[in-house]
Design a protein around this ligand. Structure first.
Ligand SMILES: NC(=O)c1ccc[n+]([C@@H]2O[C@H](COP(=O)([O-])OP(=O)(O)OC[C@H]3O[C@@H](n4cnc5c(N)ncnc54)[C@H](OP(=O)(O)O)[C@@H]3O)[C@@H](O)[C@H]2O)c1
Length: 441
C-alpha cells in the first residue's frame, strides 16, 4: 500500500543531495538525526529540526548548518525534499503531513495511529501530488515487515499474517511465565524499567497492536480494515497458573495479532471475510511465536505459493525505529535518483472484507471456583446444551478449596459458541471470578 510515485523535475536533481527535515526530536527523532549525521556515503543531508520549545532540545553534535525551528511554515517553505514525522499523535500531525505533501515534499512517518486511521487518504494525496509516503517504522519498529510484505513478498498471494506486535505485552507475559509472578507485579516492574507507559491501557488492552494489525492487513492482505473493527482483548486476566496449565498442554501464552482471509484468494474465489483479532492465546511451544522473549516482535506471513516467511527483531527503541525511518528515506532518495517511475501498478485491488473474530479453534477455559461437588457436571451440562465437546479437564493438586483453579479444554468450535455458553456459566454462584477464555491456536 505504500505509495511510490516518482517525484520529477527539481526533486530528481535535488536527490543527488537529498534534504531531510525532522518533525520531532524525541527518542526516535534524535536517533534518526544521529544516523543521518554519523553514516557516511549517503546523499542524505539533515537540514531542519522542528520541535516545540526547541531551545531545550538543541544538541551540540548536529552540524551548525541544521536549522532548529518551532514553526511548520519554516519546513514547508524550505528546500527539504523529505519530511520525517516522528512526533506521534494525530493532531497537528495529520494536518502537517497533508500540508507537507501538498507543498511537494515526500513524507516518512513512524506513527501507527495516524497510518491506521488515515493511511489510505494520505497515500491517495501523495499519489495525486506525485510524491511518496513511507511508514516502515509504524509496525514492529526496526523489523522490515512493511517493505518485506509490500515488496519482498509481492509475488505471492498472502492470506494470513500473525505475530507478536506489542513488546510491552510480550515482556509482561514473559515475566509472569519465567518468574511465576501475578500480572499486577509484572506490570509494575515493566513500568519501573520503562517497558510500559504510566497509563498502559493502549498496550495491555490490545489497542496498539490492533492499529498495527490493521496496517499489516492493508499492506499484506490488501484489505481495507478500520482498527475499531478488529477485536482487541486484554492480557490483564492472565495469571501465573495459566502458564502452568498451558505448559501441561505443550503450549505457552502470548498476545497474538492474527489476520486471515477465510476463503483463500484465488482467481475463482476472492476472500471477502477476514478473521482479525488481537488477544492472548495459547501457542504451541514449537511455534516461533512461543520463543519470542521480552520486548521482541515477530511476524509470520503465509502465502499460497511461498508458504511461511518469518520477520523478527527489535520492535521498539530509538535506534531500531530510526533504522526503519532512514531505510524509508533512502528508498525515496533512491527512487528520485534513478528517476524511475515506481507506482502501485501490479498491486491487487484493495478489498473491504467483513471482519469477524469468530474463528474455529480449540479453546482453553480456566475457572477459579469455591469447590463443592457437582461443579464439573454443571459446566458439562451447559457446554453440551450449546453443542460443545469437552476435550480435557486438568486440576492442579493442593490448591485452597476456596480459590480452586482448574481447566477445561474444548474441542474445535467457533469462539461465538463458547462465548454464548460462558454467558450462562459466568452467572453460576461457585465462580470466584469470570472464566478466562483463550483460543488455542
Ligand atoms: N519509541 C519507539 O520505540 C518507537 C518505535 C516505533 C515507532 N514509534 C513512533 O514514533 C513516533 C515518535 O515516538 P518517540 O518515542 O520518539 O516519541 P517522543 O520521545 O515522545 O518524541 C516526540 C517528540 O516530538 C515532539 N512533539 C510532539 N508533539 C509536538 C508538537 N505538536 N509540536 C512540536 N513538537 C512535538 C516532542 O516534544 P516534547 O519534548 O515537548 O514532548 C518530542 O520531542 C510515535 O509516533 C511513535 O509511535 C516509536
Amino acid at each position: 500500500m505504500t505509495s511510490k510515485l516518482d517525484s520529477s523535475g527539481a526533486s530528481a536533481t535535488a536527490a543527488q543531495n537529498c534534504n531531510v527535515a525532522l518533525l520531532g526530536f524525541g527518542t526516535v527523532g534524535s536517533s534518526v538525526a544521529k544516523i543521518l549525521c554519523e553514516r557516511s556515503n549517503t546523499h542524505l543531508r539533515l537540514t531542519h529540526v522542528l520541535n516545540r520549545n526547541v531551545a531545550r532540545k538543541k544538541v551540540d553534535w548536529l552540524p551548525s548548518s541544521v536549522q532548529w525551528t518551532e514553526k511548520i511554515d519554516d519546513i514547508l517553505s524550505s528546500n527539504a525534499d523529505i519530511v520525517v514525522e516522528v512526533m506521534g499523535g494525530l493532531d497537528p500531525t495529520e494536518d502537517w503531513i497533508r500540508r507537507a505533501l501538498t507543498s511537494g515534499k515526500s513524507v516518512v512517518t513512524a506513527n501507527k495511529q495516524l497510518v491506521a486511521q488515515c493511511g489510505p487518504e494520505l497515500i491517495d494525496l501523495a499519489r495525486r501530488m506525485k510524491r511518496q509516503i513511507h511508514f516502515g517504522a509504524s509496525v514492529a519498529g526496526g523489523v522490515p515487515v512493511i517493505s518485506g510484505l509490500h515488496e519482498g513478498l509481492a509475488g505471492d498471494e498472502l492470506f494470513k499474517i500473525c505475530g507478536i506486535l506489542n513488546g510491552t505485552c510480550n515482556y509482561i507475559l514473559s515475566q509472569i511465565e519465567s518468574n511465576g509472578i501475578p500480572f499486577a507485579t509484572a506490570l509494575r516492574e515493566a513500568q519501573k524499567l520503562g517497558f510500559a507507559e504510566a497509563d498502559p491501557t493502549e498496550d495491555i488492552d490490545g489497542l496498539d497492536a490492533r492499529a498495527k494489525l490493521a496496517i499489516l492487513a492493508r499492506v499484506g492482505l490488501h484489505c481495507n480494515v478500520r482498527p475499531e473493527s478488529i477485536l482487541a482483548r486484554s492480557i490483564s486476566a492472565i495469571d501465573a497458573v495459566d502458564f502452568e496449565y498451558a505448559n501441561q498442554l505443550g503450549c505457552t501464552i502470548r498476545q497474538i495479532s492474527w489476520a486471515e482471509l477465510i476463503a483463500k484468494p484465488s482467481p475463482v474465489h476472492q476472500g471477502d471475510e477476514l478473521f482479525a483479532a488481537v488477544q492472548p492465546a495459547l501457542v504451541d511451544l514449537s511455534s516461533p511465536l512461543a520463543r519470542v522473549e521480552g520486548s521482541q516482535n515477530l511476524v509470520i506471513a503465509t502465502g499460497t505459493y511461498g508458504g511461511q516467511t518469518v520477520f523478527g527483531g527489535h520492535g521498539a527503541g530509538g535506534h531500531p525505529a530510526a533504522v526503519a525511518v532512514v531505510s524509508d528515506i533512502l528508498a525515496i532518495a533512491r527512487s528520485h535518483q534513478a528517476a524511475v517511475t515506481m507506482t502501485d501498478a501490479g498491486q491487487p485491488d484493495e478489498k473491504t472484507p467483513t471482519v469477524t473474530a469468530d474463528l474455529a479453534t480449540k479453546h482453553y477455559l480456566r475457572f477459579l471456583v469455591k469447590d463443592h461437588p457437582g461443579i464439573i457436571a454443571s459446566l458439562a451440562t451447559i457446554l453440551s446444551q450449546c453443542g460443545i465437546n469437552i476435550d480435557s479437564v486438568l486440576q492442579k493438586p493442593n490448591c485452597p478449596k476456596s480459590h480452586l483453579p482448574f481447566l477445561i479444554t474444548l474441542e474445535e468450535c467457533k469462539a461465538a459458541l463458547v462465548e454464548q455458553a460462558l454467558q450462562q456459566i459466568n452467572s453460576l454462584d461457585f465462580l470466584v471470578q469470570p472464566c478466562l477464555h483463550l483460543p488455542i491456536l
